[in-house]
Design a protein around this ligand. Structure first.
Ligand code: PLP
Length: 357
């Protein structure tokens, strides 16, 4: 396999970010679930989460949870996307707990778990406003009651999610709704051991001590991985942002006019590109593209380098104002945002290297 593109993953940094988040949450008696869906359920990364004190790993894909299970890591596992009815048997086998919203799925899970002579734990996901998955609050008691006759499952609590689909901000109000719902469920005889929220955006409720009492679990992915709160587009200063570095090799350096020549149609991805005329510029072509990474989410680490765009396999950068010399064969370094990291982790073309200090 080619040496580049290369994604360097600093496991010590990931463990440290985990540790800091676990510490903040512990002050409020809140447990942390480390979410690995952005990193393909990578076992080394999950182990770094574990080193930082995280005891539950959550992922949206059964395949990813299987990877973590196979690695033998001593953590419990959570499936954070509602199970597909077609996969309930593996969900019951691989996940200790899953987030679900549909009575039919719960029934199928219950049967699958009973056939395996086990009891599968579920958290019922409620929609507190983000309008992705979730039972509407008024429907929750009815769904809960319908689980009473399901032998293979145990409802361990409820969960909510903000800031993912609708971009809803975490507030004391939408979390009070979650905490109140848990109370209501207790009144009709359900234990509600776990009251879970997520994702990273909800850390701000812990930072400013406004998380309502009764919520005892937070699911965090991006905060650990990138040290950022996506919903506020804000760096979390008390965390580290440099756990991931992407390196790509330069395959061409030439001074060229900054405008394309000829009639302009659409580019390879159906967009009509727009460029500014800045005269002749020194441009680098990098051996990396959209098959490897979301090129819009790359930020060059060296000052004075600007990414102009990319196609499937090449990225063009303006290096005229680069503070250090750049030549063919040199390697440029980039930090990545969440979509860029997601694709780099998923791409078979990106070599991964672990750094442990
Ligand atoms: C993705 C996801 C999370 C984690 O979100 P981050 O913003 O990456 O922390 C938590 N819970 C659910 C249900 C998710 O889908």
């Amino acid at each position: 396999m080619s040496l580049y593109p290369l994604l360097e993953i600093n496991l010590a940094t990931l463990a440290e970010n985990s540790r800091r988040i676990v510490r903040l949450c512990a002050e409020c008696s809140v447990q942390v679930v480390g979410i690995t869906k952005c990193v393909l359920g990578n076992a080394a990364i999950a182990a770094a989460f574990r080193d930082g004190g995280i005891r539950i790993i959550g992922d949206a894909r059964v395949e990813n949870l299987k990877r973590i299970r196979r690695s033998g890591l001593d953590v419990s596992t959570m499936l954070i996307r509602p199970a597909m009815i077609s996969e309930v048997a593996s969900v019951a086998r691989v996940a200790d707990v899953s987030l679900n919203t549909e009575v039919e799925t719960l029934r199928a899970l219950s049967r699958a778990a009973a056939e395996q002579s086990s009891v599968h734990r579920v958290l019922l996901m409620v929609d507190v406003g983000d309008r992705r998955e979730g039972i509407l609050p008024q429907d929750l008691p009815c769904v809960l009651r319908s689980t009473r006759d399901m032998r293979g499952i145990e409802v361990a609590g409820i969960a909510a999610n903000v800031g993912c689909f609708g971009g809803i901000l975490p507030t004391n109000a939408n979390h009070r709704l979650l905490a109140d719902l848990a109370l209501q469920c207790r009144h009709i005889g359900f234990g509600m051991e776990t009251v879970s929220t997520g994702g990273t955006a909800t850390l701000e409720l812990l930072e400013n001590r406004s998380l309502p009492k009764g919520i005892n679990q937070v699911r965090v992915g991006e905060g650990i991985l990138l040290g950022r709160n996506p919903v506020r587009n804000r760096t979390l200063e008390w965390l580290q942002q440099d756990a991931f570095r992407l390196k790509a090799e330069i395959v061409e350096i030439k001074a060229k006019p900054s405008l394309p020549e000829g009639e302009i149609g659409h580019d390879a991805f159906g967009k009509a590109p727009k460029f500014k005329d800045r005269g002749r510029r020194k441009r680098a072509v990098l051996a990396i593209g959209r098959q490897d990474v979301d090129t819009e989410g790359l930020v060059p680490l060296a000052p004075g380098i600007e990414i102009l765009g990319g196609s499937s396999d090449q990225v063009v950068a303006d290096v005229t104002d680069s503070s250090c010399a750049v030549a063919v064969g040199d390697v440029l370094e980039f930090s990545l945002n969440y979509p860029a990291l997601l694709r780099a982790m998923t791409s078979p073309f990106v070599r991964k290297r672990y750094v442990r200090r």
